[in-house]
Write a protein that binds this ligand. Structure first.
Ligand code: SAH
Ligand code: DHB
Ligand code: MG
Length: 223
């Protein structure tokens, strides 16, 4: 077995025991596939991690940047109480349409709202509404804007909130200090902002599995 085949086998084993697909999750992935969405959703094990993080947070308000077909959205929203709220920002109207259907099928349309548009346009509008602080923010859109998304996340959270940034490892390319790849620059910018910001305490986890070698940054808002 190659190294990545081992990662797949372990991921499949953990998923089967710890995060097995139910009909709603399977349908969300089927619908996304049928609509031609790219296969860049979190894995089931990663979705379960997001759900557990939201539960540990006791999250009532969640913000997601980058909806795609709503797969990570459903994992996160399942951690919310009936009167909780998740706002997910998505640029592509076709992706948002698939997500809205998947979310309705999951019975989560009362708690989840998908907002279509470039997140950097939706975020100031959201801030103008003076929403209660988000307990968890999941940043998973265009990686080049990660620093901007973190800055908005800081404005929309309060002490104790958790910010999760997906895809900060990119097969190890994050260690390339002089890379001009947008995703690497975005990830490095995010890591450096987290490491230097007085209101943030952070770490990053490298992950392997069905989506290859990547990782998450986790930042706790201190004040
Ligand atoms: N969180 C999803 C995957 C998101 S993929 C999951 O794990 O299931 C990244 C998404 O970000 C894509 O749907 C893409 O259309 C969207 N995106 C890209 N640029 C964006 C932008 N500027 N504003 C909002 N969404 C954006
Ligand atoms: C890509 C985007 C993601 O959010 C992800 O988790 C994996 C891959 C991508 O754009 O390639
Ligand atoms: Mg991602």
């Amino acid at each position: 077995m190659s190294e990545s085949q081992v990662w797949d086998a372990v991921d499949a084993y953990f998923t089967g025991r710890l995060a097995p697909d139910d009909e709603v999750m399977a349908a969300a992935l089927r619908n996304s596939e049928a609509a031609g969405l790219p296969h860049i959703n979190v894995t089931a094990n990663q979705g379960k991690l997001l759900q557990i993080l939201a539960e540990v947070q006791g999250a009532r308000q969640i913000l997601e940047i980058g909806t795609l077909g709503g797969y990570s959205t459903i994992w996160l929203a399942r951690a919310l109480p009936a009167d909780g709220r998740l706002i997910s920002l998505e640029y592509d109207p076709g992706h948002a349409e698939v997500a809205v259907r998947n979310i309705a099928r999951a019975g989560l349309d009362k708690v989840v709202e998908v907002r279509v548009g470039a997140a950097l346009e939706s975020l100031p509008r959201l801030a103008d509404e003076n929403p209660p602080p988000f307990d968890l923010v999941f940043i998973d859109a265009d990686k080049g804007n990660n620093v901007h998304y973190l800055e908005w996340a800081l404005r929309l959270t309060s002490a104790g909130s958790l910010i999760v940034v997906d895809n900060v490892v990119r097969g190890g390319r994050v260690a390339e200090a002089h890379s001009d790849a947008e995703d690497v620059r975005g990830s490095r910018g995010a890591i450096e902002l987290i490491g230097s910001h007085p209101r943030l305490s952070g770490t990053a986890i490298q992950t392997v599995g069905a989506k290859g070698y990547d990782g998450f940054a986790l930042a706790r808002v201190l004040a």
